[in-house]
Design a protein. Sequence first.
Length: 295
Amino acid sequence: MQTRQAAANGLRFSFLEDGPAAGPLVLLLHGFPDNALTWERQIPVLAAAGYRVVAPWLRGYPPTEIPTGGYYDRATLVMDAKALIETLNDGKPCFLVGQDWGAAIGYGLLAAFPELVRRAVILAVPHPGQVRLTLRKSPKHALRSFHWFLFQLPVIPEILCRANGYAFLETLWKLWSAAYDDHAHVAGIRRQMATPGALTASLAYYRAMFGTRHADPALADVRGRLDRKIAVPTRVLCGARDMRKEMLEGQRRWFAGPYAWGTVEGAGHFLHRERPEAVNREILDWFSRDVATVG
C-alpha cells in the first residue's frame, strides 16, 4: 500500500493505493471525523481480489491540500470525486464505496454523473433526500444529527473540538459505534485535526449543508442534479445498532435502478471498522455482480 498524490479539481490530493495497476478501480471515500486510513481493513482485501484500490484524503483533510477560501458544498465535493476518477481512471467508470460524508458525496456522484460508476456500496448514511424527509417528522433522528446543527455556530465548534486534545472527536466515535474499540485510529485523527486549518475545513462540510451561502455559485447546474434518481446499481449497508437503518427501505424512492439494503450485526456507524469481514464480503459480492468485473 503506497501513499501517492494527484492534482484534481484544482487541488493536490493525497491517497492510498494498492492492487494491480490494470485492475478495475475502486474509489473509497471516508467520512467525519476520519481519514483515508479508515479503509485499512478493506484495501488489502479488495487489492487481493484484483482491484486497483484508491482511498483519498478528502478536500481539507491533510495531507490533501486545504484550500484557502475554498468551497465545501456537496456539489464541490462531488466534482472532486469526478475529477479523481477522470484523473486516475482516464474517465472510465469505477466502483465506489463511501461512508458518512463519503456516502453523501457518493449519492450525489451517482445522481449527477452516473456514467462514472459501475456499482456502488454506500455505508452508514441514508440518501440526503430521505434524511431531509425524516428529520422533519422524527425528533429522535434530529437528535441523532445534533452535530449538524451545532457545527453551524461560529467559533464555538472549533473551541469544543480542540479542547483536551480533540477529545470531542473520540466522543463522537463512542456515541456512534456502540462496539467502539478504535483508540489508535482515532488518536491519528486527533493528531491530523491539529494541522492548521484542518478542523475548520472539516466543519465547513457541515456549514455548507444548509442554503447556498457557502456554495460555489459556478456549480448551480451540478447542484440541481444531485438529487436525481439513481440508476447505478447500489447497495446500502448500515450497522444494526444504528437507528439510521430505519430510513433504508423508504429511500427506494430515490432509485431508478437496482437498489438493495442490509444491516451488519453488532455494528454501529463505523461498520467497516467494527465488522470488516462482513462488510468486505458484502462489497465483494456486490461488485462481483458486474458483468465486466474481475475474474
